[in-house]
Design a protein around this ligand. Sequence first.
Ligand code: 26M
Length: 822
Amino acid sequence: TKAASARKAPVTAKALQGKIIQHLRGTQGTYEEKATPQAWWRATSFAVNEFVMAGLTDTQKTHSRYDTRAVNYLSMEFLMGRLLSNNLHNLHLFDVTRAALEGLGQNLDDLLEEEPDMALGNGGLGRLAACFLDSLATMNLPAVGYGIHYEHGLFEQHFRDGRQIERPDAWREYGNPWEVCRPESAQQVKLYGYVETRYEGATPKKVWHAGRTIKAVPWDIPIVGYDGANVNILRLWESRATNFFDWDVFNAGGYVDAQAEQAQAETISKVLYPNDETDAGKELRLIQQYFFCAASVADIVRRYRRAHGDDWTSFPKLVAIQLNDTHPAIAIPELMRVLIDDYDMAWKDAWGICQQVFSYTNHTLLPEALEKWTVRLFEKVLPRHLDIIYDINHQFLTQQVDAQWPGDDAMKQHLSIIEEGHERMVRMGHLSVVGSHKVNGVAQVHSDLVRTDLFPEFHELWPEKLTNVTNGITPRRWLKACNPRLAALIDQHIDADWPLHLDKLKGLIAKADDAKFQQAFMAVKRENKVDLVAEIHRLTGIEVSPDALFDVQIKRLHEYKRQHLNLLHILALYRRLLDNPEYNMVPRVFLFGAKAAPGYHLAKDIIFAINKVAERINNDSRIGGKLKVVMLPNYRVSLAEKMIPAADVSEQISTAGKEASGTGNMKLALNGALTIGTLDGANIEIAEEAGADHCFIFGLTVDEVKALNARGYNPYDFYDHDEEIRAVLDWLDSDYFTPGQPGALASIKHSLLQGGDPYKVLADFRAYSDAQRNVDEKYRDGTAWARSAIINTATMGKFNSDRSIQDYVDRIWHLKAYPRDN
Ligand code: 26M
């Protein structure tokens, strides 16, 4: 039964040593006595890459031999994190590599720390794409990820005097051992210009005379499936100036202009927009979207035509395209343009293909995140696509909407892809729904709200179109690789293939009452906490005790996620302790990790407030170390991998109805943390799986939030009547936490009172505080806590991203698995 972990590594330590040395000398140009840890990391990665590439070749041969149907996952973001440790685990090379390096006087854990995170994403949406790629490869499903090869990923976060400072991320400043450039597959992407109508044959033909042409160069990152499975690719496009050169202009003194043009072209893939849940509305962002969609569609069409030439009948049988939110929605009119303009297909045939091929995942209901572009911008950047969108909209409104609601102009306005108003806008969500055969939300409650609140009319028109696929996370990265102690303990008690069949964790339920197992489980947790204590000290200089309860909130900083609710509760605890030094509470460390969008001032103020409150509390000897607060800088995938295994409590406290799913909630529960959370997103399903006794659910429900809004919410009701709420808000307004700078933290209080508290922080405060009391009480009962922690780990099987992918396959993609022939 120990099949997977005992599975033999595909190479001996001795042979692997040979390969590492060969790369150290032969490709890195250094030698054992001189090499830096960075050089050792690179040499090791190149050595491992030999196994990766062998798997890639086998997989590609299999796919072309069977002419496989594949899903093309289009996403502006892939938050991959580090690749070496993951690839070692998935190839069963981890232990043999550790041994090989030991023989060379090197420590694998240290080398893993040399790898920069591949942070080509903001948060949940980008990390979900990365987990899905892992599952697709592991399940032997033919799939290609398509995205942008950003030169700079999400900014690096520092704190200066407690405030967030952003620095550019330079993940590939010195190259990246995993990626392969494929210049032979470069594409040309057109922009700007005008559309000419030619009246030649029976139907007028539109010709787009583009103003600019950009070269898209693909970089392929191999995605290694677990346990001898397929190796798929993530194809990321980099923008370059075209080789096309007007030598006359150049010679007539245009050298500098030509250089400027080149710089402009290369701007497109320069940097990831750091917005999260807000629409940037910037021209460069639209160009980024079109740039990678046009290159990807061209690549998909090229791959198809290599096997099928001009016969398009099999195209929808072999191609599925998934849109990760509306960011790649422009791929729909782009495929229409290619089929109609470049391949002379009739409108209705092209539209039939599009609707069969595309499907769209919605990740948010927040109105400020719903993408819209002005018609004016579209006209300038993508004039031909605007034409096509008008045609799609016309057909849709006159055929479908009018048939369903004859003569109903209000309904037409409601459903139109074009929003009328003082400035006309293209609604990318509407375009995505109309152009797709399936639309999914990412957790049950979210999908229900997509049907009832976001797109009710679309739901009425097409009752089969809107569906749910609850998110998941890869247990390879988020348990096996990040928590080796817990993984080893689990291996001792159930089949070692649990990373493939996560439902097998249910086998641990039988151990939940076993005192010895409880002890072993909590001993693992404690060792993980000891490791994190050292990391906290290294990063911040703050000393915390591994015997305290570790309470973790890690996610982007946003008002709807309510880090400030957590902060207000910390202030309440602090105040209770100052009032009564005997106040009975389990020592607790509140840990935060969060980046704020650089232009989101209130979010940055909340970070500042957390840091200032932390400074004051951590240095207050009166409270006897019962309370510590730490905000770790530069939260990212690799830091999450250190925090999650050490967490006792998982904070999932969004306003009900606002968090589409959450995925950090799944990672934390899988690693034995107990959730304190609202009935929002996937928390609901987590509580269903774990059982209400093993979570701390509190606060307003979706319906209660709606009812509160309907009758009119007044945050002063709580400020006026709850003495503690009033005291902590007033405290924030003083200079207690910012000596000499009274009012430096006032913006939070302001948003919660005069600002109307849009996310119902004050309305949920008392329920949250009561739930935290229950957390405290339960933690004192070590046995009860251990039991619940084990049951959380044991019941998270549903949240394996393999299950999510199987749902996509069954309901949307209809793919077949092709284990590689080798
Ligand atoms: C928009 C405009 C300009 C620049 C960037 C954006 C943008 C980028 C990312 C907007 C939203 C982005 O991501 C949204 C996101 O991460 N949503 C989260 O998706 C997760 C996976 O489904 C869910 O678990 C989270 O609940 C959801 O918030």
